[in-house]
Design a protein around this ligand. Structure first.
Ligand code: PGA
Length: 264
């Protein structure tokens, strides 16, 4: 029965790949076919910004095709910021989602403050915002919980009332422990650890914005997910979906994750 099915978000972050528009179009076509056959799963693809328009003609919702995401936006609205892309421009080019605060952007200089400014820009432009949080290491004293908590509070604490009102529809948190991003596939945490973090993240949001919102904000997991480990993570990780890096460029394996999520 439909109501018993879980509604997952399966998002692919292409990072700075592939090299050509032709290759991007091939992946868009294969994943869109897969996304169209999914009944309960929303598929999101985050190509490099120059390829957004090529994917836009295929964008849609669950049961149609893949939605598009921008991988980052400027913290500014518009103006003299050479090389930057604004949230409004991304929206206008066909993006419905934005990934903000990815660990590779944080490493390049995005502080919690900048991440929170970017989130506000994305929300104001009408983009559903996937904000990435995650510790660089798991210390034995569990200080990593504080890191994740601070990253979340920096974002939710800076929102205005209007943004908070629409938050359950527009904010998604991706838990991406930095030590598991871009590593070998057996470094991904166990589903039970991911489950714990997902509960913790919802609790932190609930403490700040209330239980109703905390429960409803989807939490994704990302970091060295492949077809093999994705199954246990989706089934037992207590999460609402995945943010996949490398494997999202492999339409066969990424398609397999969509199929599996849709079967749960
Ligand atoms: P990975 O990347 O799946 O290649 O580890 C995940 C991410 O950076 O979102």
């Amino acid at each position: 029965m439909k109501s018993q099915k879980r509604n997952f978000i399966i998002a692919g972050n292409w990072k700075m790949n592939p090299d050509s528009l032709a290759d991007a179009k091939t992946i868009f076509a294969a994943i869109s076919r897969k996304a169209r056959s999914a009944r309960h799963t929303v598929v999101v693809l985050a190509p490099p910004a120059p390829f957004l328009s090529a994917g836009a003609s295929r964008s849609g919702r669950a049961g149609t095709a893949a939605c598009l995401a921008i991988q980052d936006v400027s913290e500014h609205v518009s103006g003299a910021f050479t090389g930057s892309v604004s949230a409004r421009q991304a929206r206008s080019a066909g993006a419905e989602y934005a990934i903000i605060g990815h660990s590779e952007r944080r490493k390049a200089g995005d502080t919690d403050m900048i991440v929170s400014q970017k989130v506000r820009q994305a929300l104001d432009a009408g983009l559903r915002t996937i904000v990435c949080v995650g510790e660089t290491e798991r210390d034995p004293h569990a200080h990593y919980l504080r890191t994740v908590r601070e990253q979340i509070l920096a974002v939710v604490g800076a929102l205005d009332k209007k943004q908070v009102r629409s938050l359950t529809h527009s904010l998604i948190v991706a838990y991406e422990p930095v030590w598991a991003v871009g590593k070998s596939y057996d470094t991904a945490p166990k589903p039970s650890d991911i489950h714990e973090m997902s509960i913790y993240i919802k609790k932190v949001i609930a403490e700040s914005l209330g239980k109703k919102i905390g429960i409803k904000i989807p939490v994704l997991y990302g970091g060295s997910v492949d077809l093999e480990n994705s199954k246990a993570i989706l089934k037992d990780g207590g999460i609402d979906g995945l943010l996949v890096g490398r494997q999202s460029l492999d339409s066969k394996d990424f398609g397999g994750m969509i199929d599996y999520a849709d079967s749960l």
